[in-house]
Design a protein around this ligand. Structure first.
Ligand code: NDP
Length: 234
């Protein structure tokens, strides 16, 4: 199996682990980063999801090199954590712009080719916070919860064309995004996790690999938590 795969935000962290696992399965993997740099083993293209023209250009390059994108993993995400009264309009809208509206742009561009192929896999990286909420992350949680409604709507729109749309919702995972958290914050979060530890990026990537695989052909509109049990019950 060698599909054309694009991981938006695939140069580091969870996205890089996803790219590595899909490449190990034989797929032709392209990754994006904002600077266009990334690991040598992948086709690396620049893409800032806040700019629709960059999304178009990234897809054009990937399609020219690898063919139409059959698997799109939308992993790009930012945090701008603040309590509500300290959260600026910009903190809120910038987070939605990258995490949710960026995902809309990428999915729309990918759907064009997938509809023509009559097959495809769309996978969105949400968060346990989308399900459980988190003080100081109302903007991030709103963006990640928005992804779920977005993905489930697409699952209904695109299912008849052989395209599945799923969401993976990680809990606290060891990446650049979380390395900046103070140690006591880490400990407080881990204290709430039934499995009592942080996740490794490969553990998130394994769920993405599965929903992107042919074996998962009858799974669509699912939200798959990979969170050590922290958000269970939703
Ligand atoms: P990192 O901060 O390590 O990586 C973030 C990725 O997103 C990078 O590839 C980055 O590209 C890309 N990115 C950020 N902003 C943009 C943008 N405007 N346009 C395009 N790409 C962008 O994060 P993680 O690996 O930790 O997180 C990956 C995803 O998983 C995110 O969506 C995050 O919200 C989610 N997640 C992470 C958790 C965790 O605990 N780590 C828990 C739950 C969810 P560049 O290198 O160019 O900056």
């Amino acid at each position: 199996m060698s599909r054309s795969v694009l991981v938006i935000g695939g140069n580091r962290g969870i996205g890089l682990a996803v790219a590595n696992q899909l490449a190990a399965g034989g797929d032709r993997v392209a990754v994006t980063s904002r600077g266009g740099d990334g690991p040598d083993q992948f086709l690396c293209v620049p893409c800032d999801v806040t700019d629709p023209a960059q999304i178009d250009a990234a897809f054009d390059t990937v399609e020219a090199e690898h063919g139409p994108v059959e698997v799109l993993v939308v992993n790009a995400g930012i945090t701008r954590d603040r309590l509500l009264l300290r959260m600026s309009e910009e903190d809120f809208t910038a987070t939605l712009e990258t995490n949710l509206i960026g995902a809309f742009r990428a999915a729309k561009r990918a759907a064009r080719g997938m509809l023509r192929l009559r097959r495809g896999r769309l996978v969105f990286i949400s968060s346990a916070v989308a399900l459980a909420g988190e003080a100081g992350q109302s903007n991030y949680a709103a963006s990640k919860a928005g992804l779920i409604g977005f993905a489930r709507s697409l699952a209904r729109e695109l299912g008849s064309r052989g395209i599945t749309v799923n969401v993976v919702a990680p809990g606290l995972t060891e990446t650049d995004m979380t390395s900046a958290l103070p140690a006591e914050r880490h400990e407080a979060i881990i204290a709430q996790v039934p499995l009592g530890r942080i996740a490794q990026p490969n553990e998130i990537a394994a769920a993405v690999r599965f929903v992107a695989s042919p074996e998962a052909a009858y799974i669509t509109g699912a939200v798959i938590p990979v969170d050590g049990g922290v958000a269970m019950g939703h």
